[in-house]
Design a protein around this ligand. Sequence first.
Ligand code: ATP
Length: 318
Amino acid sequence: MMSDGQFHSGEELGRELGVSRAAVWKALKRLEEAGYPLQSVRGRGYRVPLGAGLLDLQAVQSVLPAPLAAGIDWQLLDSVDSTNAQLMRQLSNVGDGRVRVCLAEQQTSGKGRRGRNWVSPYGQNVYLSVAVPFSDGAQRLEGLSLLVGLVLVETLENCGFRGCGVKWPNDILLNGRKLAGILVEIAGDLTSDCVAVIGVGINVLMKQPESAIEQAWTSLLLSRQDAPLDRNRLVGEFLRRLLAAIDEFRLQGFAPFVDAWQQRDVWRGLPVRVQAGSSSWNGLAMGVDERGALRLETAEGEMLLHGGEVSLRLNDDS
Ligand code: ATP
């Protein structure tokens, strides 16, 4: 009811929902405390930014071609430990080769790489996982998380947001701050039939300082751009583009996407430090090769670094 961006009085909301004004106030207070961008003005009522309503599967599906949407197994949950974990659990029961999509309003144990936490408050961001079957083994999936990042940036550009870019291997930055993260997990037989569970977290409406995030972050709302903050459209557009890109990726791998990825590489040409466990290397980030490996120019020549457990930081010492 509040997704129209207009003010609604507590009385009107209560009447429509068949509850008291006090009950409406209590529920909205809870949302506000959880950081939901709710505005309340005495005498006018409550409003949320235009399009910032709850997730709605029909609204997401309407962005995709109908036959494509009909072929997907969809689920929207109010709360889940992690959307990736949810799909991983279900894969052990079903092997019907369908694409599965899981969306949630909240994650209680959102995951980043290497067991790190992904901060996932209620109703504000996108927590989305997509399970996609592949038949040529996990080796062919190198470059997939870069492809997902590229598609996400292209989607954001198409939805009217400027200033987004990719940071190797799997982060999305907006004006130098982390806007979204990607976690690809592989299940099944790593040498033949396997499933890639692609998890994406995008900060859309989050605005409270989150002390649990130990690096600079932002959200679409905080970027103050004049584009609609509509999570349903964003998810629908992203899925439409992602599934089309994956069709091409199955045939040709990451090679056709290298140029587009490099155009959006925010750290290209900059001095960086690459950390993998206790080893680290310094050099210039020179983009990626056709498999998505980072080309690091070091004093000893070019090194190729593959994703996995590797972290990239700007090197301020140089
Ligand atoms: P990094 O981004 O540190 O180079 P990474 O790719 O391994 O490494 P991820 O696994 O994508 O990181 O995400 C985990 C990190 O992201 C956490 O350590 C935390 O700093 C940060 N983080 C957690 N939640 C959010 C969020 N909602 N928005 C932005 N950053 C977050």
